[in-house]
Design a protein around this ligand. Structure first.
Ligand SMILES: Nc1ncnc2c1ncn2[C@@H]1O[C@H](COP(=O)(O)OP(=O)(O)OP(=O)(O)O)[C@@H](O)[C@H]1O
Length: 259
């Protein structure tokens, strides 16, 4: 069962700055939900609260029965919340296969001692994880590069490896931080299709932060818009695109960067 993610009145203050100001939204089970907003709106701060990296000053984040604001990153991961990062966070000298196996670490029962002693149970478990890694790599379209060190791969492929590693944790909620940033238009289209097929095939919830508005409007079921830490809109993509406050927030952003 995929639980609902309910973000309620979350506020985050850094010294004098209010990065999130009483923000609320709900990610329905099995939906793709986008969190958008101009630079500095508070999107990354929100992701960091959801994944246990930052503590909220006040408010709550519930994932089913679990309260995420009181949890550390490894506890959030253990609840089935996996994330990718804006700047790729893979181990570049390790092969794709080894990076993906690391993604399965939290699901490994036998631990390092029995694996080190080469116990048969540890061998069977490693084989099972290895088979699942191959399945996920095939699904994400990176099977041929499993033996390649990640650092030698093109950027767009590394982004796919990051997504595959998150999937290796068998998440119930996937947090994607700018999954198409830095990609060319063909890579963007392919990644968008992949995200749609993850949602369709696995039925998990996806929350994504993304600046590529075309992609957001195409793949998201619902959208929450932040501006200066406040939620200024929440709804289906069609409504969001026509919302005067959203248009104003984005036009202001463009005018500021032009001046
Ligand atoms: N660790 C921190 N300490 C102090 N201020 C911070 C910290 N993290 C974020 N901020 C501030 O909080 C505000 C929101 O930043 P955040 O990175 O969450 O925005 P964002 O919407 O993700 O922006 P971008 O689209 O540029 O990534 C900004 O004013 C930022 O400078």
């Amino acid at each position: 069962m995929i639980p609902e993610l309910v973000v309620s009145d979350v506020t985050v203050r850094f010294a004098g700055l209010v990065a999130l100001d009483s923000v609320s939204f709900t990610v329905r089970p099995g939906s793709t939900h986008a969190l958008i907003g101009p630079n500095g709106a508070g999107k990354s701060t929100c992701f960091n609260v959801l994944s246990g990296v930052y503590r909220a000053t006040s408010g709550s984040v519930r994932f089913g029965d679990a309260e995420l604001t009181a949890s550390r990153p490894h506890q959030v991961a253990a609840l089935g919340v996996a994330r990718t990062f804006q700047n790729i966070a893979l181990l570049p000298r390790l092969t794709v296969r080894d990076n993906l196996m690391l993604g399965r670490h939290r699901l490994t029962r036998s631990g390092f001692v029995s694996a080190g002693l080469r116990l048969p149970s540890a061998g069977r478990e490693a084989a099972r994880h290895g088979a699942r890694v191959e399945e996920i790599a095939a699904f994400v379209g990176i099977a041929e590069v499993l033996p390649t060190p990640v650092g030698l791969l093109p950027y767009g492929t590394q982004k796919r490896v990051e997504l595959a590693r998150a999937l290796c944790m068998e998440p119930r909620l996937l947090l994607l931080d700018e999954p198409v940033a830095g990609m060319n238009s063909e890579e963007r289209r392919e990644m968008a299709d992949l995200i749609v097929s993850v949602r369709e095939s696995l039925g998990i919830s996806i929350l994504l932060v993304e600046h590529d508005m075309g992609m957001v409007m195409r793949i998201a079921d619902s959208v929450t818009v932040l501006d200066f830490g406040r939620r200024i809109a929440d709804g289906v993509p069609d409504e969001i695109q026509r919302d005067p406050e959203v248009i104003r927030a984005y036009l202001g952003d463009i005018e500021e960067s032009a001046s």
